[in-house]
Design a protein around this ligand. Structure first.
Ligand code: HEM
Length: 410
């Protein structure tokens, strides 16, 4: 284990993320890092991470448990990640109250019932692609990975068609860690304006969607209802979590399958399932690399005898944990859809486990199944190593995913 007293500065561009994650693991179960000017303990040991994620000694409520909050909020480009007032940052009873309001809509049963709708959305997108001359280069991030989750989450939340592009731009901004504090503040302002416009439109004309339901809970006099800020920030969470993350998993899964034809063959022959490809992509290339932020509610003793002092920040380094050799052995860096231990932390763990996981899994598996069925000879238009990563240490996708579409014969 490499000993260090100095915090490791995380690269905001995410250009060499896997090397950086290896470096974090090399420092033991946890190491102090500088994330855009804020110091935190990056935890990459999966066993320790799971323990912390289920411990009442760890909170996501920065206002209550982070002495640096007032200062960070003024200058930190990731301020929004800790300032929002929704289940994402809530602790204890508040978290249960906020999560309960939306959780029923995301049960396995309710999500499985969306299969047909999702099949239709994907088939429509593929029809559009099929109409293009086969063999031409097409950016599948732009023309499949984005439109599918955007269509699904917009329908669930009732985002009108004319507002969808606007949301996309500002949601992308939330995950872009190359923005300055000023740029990120301007992005938050634009995001809040878009949310206010959505709330105003739905107050005037409610629909059969979750935004209208949440507004009813805010405006009714139910006990434990939402405050106005909680309403706005719950919409922010549902829309942003539903947009960006799923886009990246579709992008990464296609990239992995096209650059590992042996693995794709296993799926085509029925020797592995599309769901296996989704899980393996989530393990190897999780959509969220590090999740900001958690805080020590009390002093926390680490297995190696060190202590995370009360009030210090903790970064869940999911991508580094997912490739930990203690978990996945020597093949941890390999894309293998047949691996027997399929576990990963791409959706987090514990009370904040991703509420949208069943929906995301369904969307990605459907996209892959129908895409490779429609274009059996699909190929990358550039070598995988030349794909450019997003400018983000949080979000794990490519700037573009150029492919050549080819059907069975063309
Ligand atoms: C493959 C796509 C997705 C990935 C990789 C992903 C990942 C995550 C992660 C890592 C967390 C945070 C866990 C933590 O606190 O450490 C999270 C939370 C959350 N996700 Fe997802 N997510 C995805 C899709 C979605 C979708 C489609 C939705 C809803 C439409 C959604 C809704 C949420 C919500 C509401 C939370 C907060 C849960 C809480 O704090 O109690 N996610 N997700």
């Amino acid at each position: 284990m490499v000993q260090t007293t100095q915090a490791i500065t995380l690269d905001p561009t995410g250009a060499h993320a896997h090397d950086e994650h290896r470096q974090l693991r090399g420092h033991g179960c946890a190491v102090r890092v500088d994330i855009l000017g804020v110091t935190a303990w990056s935890v990459s040991d999966p066993a320790l991470l799971k323990e912390l994620l289920t411990s009442p000694s760890v909170s996501k409520d920065a206002r209550a448990h982070w002495p640096e909050y007032d200062d960070a909020i003024q200058r930190w480009p990731l301020a929004l990640w800790v300032a929002v007032e929704n289940m994402f940052t809530a602790y204890g009873a508040d978290h249960r109250r906020l999560r309960r309001m939306v959780a029923p809509a995301f049960s396995h049963r309710r999500i499985a019932a969306l299969q047909q709708d999702i099949d239709t959305v994907v088939a429509d997108i593929l029809d559009g692609l099929d109409a293009l001359p086969h063999g031409e280069t097409v950016d599948l991030r732009e023309h499949l990975a984005y439109p599918l989750p955007i269509a699904v989450v917009s329908r669930l939340m009732g985002v009108p068609a004319e507002q969808r592009d606007g949301f996309r731009q500002v949601v992308d901004g939330v995950f872009d860690t190359t923005l300055t504090a000023e740029q990120s503040e301007a992005n938050t302002k634009a995001l809040y304006e878009a949310l206010q416009a959505l709330i105003a439109a739905k107050r005037t004309e409610p629909g059969d969607d979750m935004t209208s339901l949440l507004i009813t809970s805010r405006d009714g006099d139910e006990e434990g209802g939402l405050s106005e800020d909680e309403l706005r920030d719950t919409l922010l969470l549902m829309i942003s979590a539903g947009y960006e993350t799923t886009v990246n998993v579709i992008d990464q899964a296609i990239t992995q399958l096209l650059s590992h034809p042996d693995q794709l063959a296993l799926l085509r022959d029925g020797r592995a399932d599309w769901a296996d490809a989704v899980e393996e992509t989530l393990r190897l290339e999780p959509a969220v690399r590090h999740l900001p932020m958690r805080f020590a509610v009390t002093d926390i003793e680490l297995p190696d005898g060190r202590t995370i002092p009360r009030g210090e920040a903790i970064l869940a380094s999911y991508a580094a944990a997912n490739r930990h050799p203690d978990w996945h052995g020597e093949s941890a860096d390999t894309f293998d859809v047949t691996r027997t231990v399929k576990d990963h932390l791409a959706f987090g763990h514990g009370v904040h486990f991703c509420l949208g996981a069943p929906l995301a899994r369904l969307e990605v598996a459907t996209a892959l199944r129908l895409l490779f069925d429609r274009f059996p000879r699909l190929e990358l238009a550039v070598p995988a190593e030349e794909l450019q990563p997003l400018g983000s240490l949080l979000s794990n996708g490519h700037q573009a995913l150029p492919v050549r579409l080819r059907g069975a014969t063309a």
